[in-house]
Design a protein around this ligand. Sequence first.
Ligand code: KG4
Ligand code: ZN
Length: 337
Amino acid sequence: MNINILAIESSCDETSAAVIRDGEVLSNFIANQKVHEQYGGVVPELASRAHQQNIIPVVEAALKKSGVSKEELKAIAFTQSPGLIGSLLVGCCFAKSLALGLDLPLIAVHHMQAHVLANFIGDPKPSFPFLCLTVSGGHTQIVLVEDYLKMKVMGQTLDDAAGEAFDKTAKILGLPYPGGPLIDKYAKEGNPQRFSFPEPQIPGLNFSFSGLKTAILYFVQEQTKKDPDFIQNNRADICASVQHRIITILMNKLVKAAKETGIKEVCIAGGVSANSGLRQAMKAYSEKYGWNHYIPEFQYCTDNAGMISITAYYKYLAGEFADLTVSPSARSSMDRN
Ligand code: KG4
Ligand code: ZN
């Protein structure tokens, strides 16, 4: 068939481009923006500028690696929402210009839908219906997936996202942004039972992480009063204990959703699905509850254009194209897609 699609992701602080052919990702190029590290979080204006600098080389690298020429492309896809508006604008305007210049159709992709569909890159693939726990820096959702483009959010965070809980804990511990991968690294050497943090009692399938963040902050402040080197001397155990609590909060809700729906096909997605503890927990819970579980490859967990490309492929097959008046949106519900 040779449906070649170029996809661009620029919703936050990764500039990424990918090329997909008939559902198989041929290249997935990601440029991380180091400029935010010193600020302890993403600075939106700096992110937009870095996207502008990165986008041409990133797109060229993705095309080159795929071996697909611009003339062989069948569509141009980009992340339309949600995300930082300035960052989204860069990808959107670039994609529109390219589509106009090459006379190709344009495909607008929802970032959270794309995280879920990252589970369709490679094998094995989940079968419908399935549940997806999508855990990123901006979102925490339990999604009921009925078809490639038919998804319903069953529960979500009322305040901080799971990734934010990792990042804010890292900040409390004096670790740089993004803190999730570092907490994961230190947690491997620590004792998850050493310190006990509270599990919030939120009804239904919603989550809350802001209380946990406050509990960690007060705990660390108290201990540091007694021992100024508390963090330094106990870093691995603190990281392991916090990570353990975040994972149990997530997994307990996933178990609840699986029981309520009777669904045993279960996926995870989003930046936090790169966490080694969460990946292990998925395996352990799957054995316990008889689930078939699916986890995207590392490069498709954190923000990447590969996941935008696979979503664009299914949208292409469904004939869902955008016109040149399309504009990005900082927030939008996935259910309406
Ligand atoms: O999906 P993503 O790349 O961006 C958003 O859409 O938000 O997720 C980024 C989040 C950050 O909060 C980062 O700390 C977290 O994913 N993260 C991790 C790990 N790798 C990335 N959290 C825990 N463990 C990891 N290994
Ligand atoms: Zn994301």
